[in-house]
Design a protein around this ligand. Structure first.
Ligand code: 5GP
Ligand code: MN
Length: 349
């Protein structure tokens, strides 16, 4: 199949625009949001391979570094954790899987004004690229968008590019289980698989590499999980001491919130992770029909309708009640019967 048959119609214009934008930049910082997740790493790696194949100068950057769990991925270069002494004089930035400057981390956000920005993302938003933006929430993963850009540039979707794209799609679809697992994402996976990408091997590397400490941590978290709001909200709090006790890092908690949704009748799963003494990170997941993006946005966070998160500058006790309050309010709003037009009119009209 010629590569461009690979790009579903709704994606063609964006892929073409981004291919052109990427052809026009050089000396590129490739970056994503702080605390890289699978799609951030996947799209970062895919972008690096693309720039390498195009003969561009680039550096991969993440202030919070490459999580150990993704170290198996073949990257075209190391991931720099500081911009103090960059290996090149950056003139542009390729920003992936986020579209708000504050999610880039302070160090990069502070340098953005002098750089030509190209922003590719699948979170709802307006985009932050000064040169070009492709914000396409319909995509299952940002890595999926990178695959279409690569195809548009005439690059083969095999080897490191294929693995990087697959890791992004596998993680953001929860292993092809979430609501974003659509025909376009699956069609792309078929193409990657035909080109040598091995889903089974990638899932082994992504999922079956736990330490016993992580297993014990999850056991503790499972036994401390509780139900709220007539058993429709599942909640769990993770303290730094829990991580210390089991020699775990924050990334060892990744995925736990999905398990809270396994409880019968639960509409929203909420997880609170103590980040530092006065800061907590929260993760929300919902069943179809409940909008956790609205609840997260009310607290200054973001994400997708069924998977969202954010940071609360509060100690865990207070953060817990603020988070649960926001979730319950959102569920209450969704439970209200829609006002009929007559009811919605102000009195007297
Ligand atoms: P997670 O709960 O796995 O950290 O994140 C779930 C989703 O919410 C992801 O799409 C992630 O990018 C987004 N997200 C997490 N934290 C934040 C945040 O602080 N701000 C915004 N805008 N999005 C976030
Ligand atoms: Mn993503």
């Amino acid at each position: 199949m010629p590569p461009n048959d690979l790009i579903p119609f709704p994606y063609q214009d964006g892929a073409r625009r981004m291919a052109e934008a990427i052809r026009g930049i050089n000396d590129v910082i490739v970056a994503s949001h702080v605390n890289l997740d699978g799609d951030a790493v996947g799209s970062l790696a895919a972008a690096g391979h693309i720039l390498h194949l195009l003969g561009k100068k680039f550096m991969l950057y993440s202030g919070t570094g490459l999580p150990q769990s993704f170290s198996f991925l073949s990257l075209p270069d190391i991931v720099h954790t500081s911009l103090e002494r960059p290996p090149l004089l950056p003139r542009s930035a390729l920003l992936l899987d986020c579209n708000e400057p504050h999610r880039l981390g302070q160090e990069l956000a502070a340098r953005m004004s002098g750089l030509a920005g190209v922003n590719i993302d699948h979170h709802p938003g307006r985009g932050m690229g000064s040169r070009a933006n492709w914000i396409f929430p319909r995509a299952a993963a940002t890595a999926q968008l990178m695959a279409y850009v690569a195809a548009c540039l005439g690059l083969p979707l095999s080897g490191g590019v294929a693995d990087a794209v697959a890791v992004g799609i596998i993680t953001d679809t929860g292993g092809f289980r979430h609501g974003n697992t659509d025909a376009d994402a699956l069609q792309l996976m078929v193409h990657l698989t035909k080109n040598g990408c091995n889903i089974f091997r990638l899932r082994e590397l992504l999922e079956n590499t736990w330490t016993l400490g992580r297993m014990r941590l999850w056991a503790k978290l499972m036994s401390s999980a509780r139900l709220e709001r007539d058993n429709t909200v599942a909640f769990c709090r993770v303290m730094s001491d829990d991580l210390l006790e089991h020699q775990c890092a924050k990334e060892d908690v990744e995925g736990f919130v999905e398990h809270l949704r396994r409880l019968r009748g639960v509409k929203v799963a909420a997880l609170l992770l103590e980040d530092s003494r006065q800061t907590c990170k929260f993760s929300l997941r919902s069943a179809e029909g409940s909008d956790v993006l609205a609840a997260a946005s009310a607290l200054g966070g973001g994400g997708h309708v069924n998977a969202a998160g954010g940071t609360l500058r509060l100690a865990p006790g207070r953060a817990e009640s603020v988070l649960l309050d926001a979730v319950c309010k959102q569920l209450d709003r969704e439970n209200q019967p829609a006002l009929s037009r007559a009811d919605a009119l102000p009195a007297g009209e």
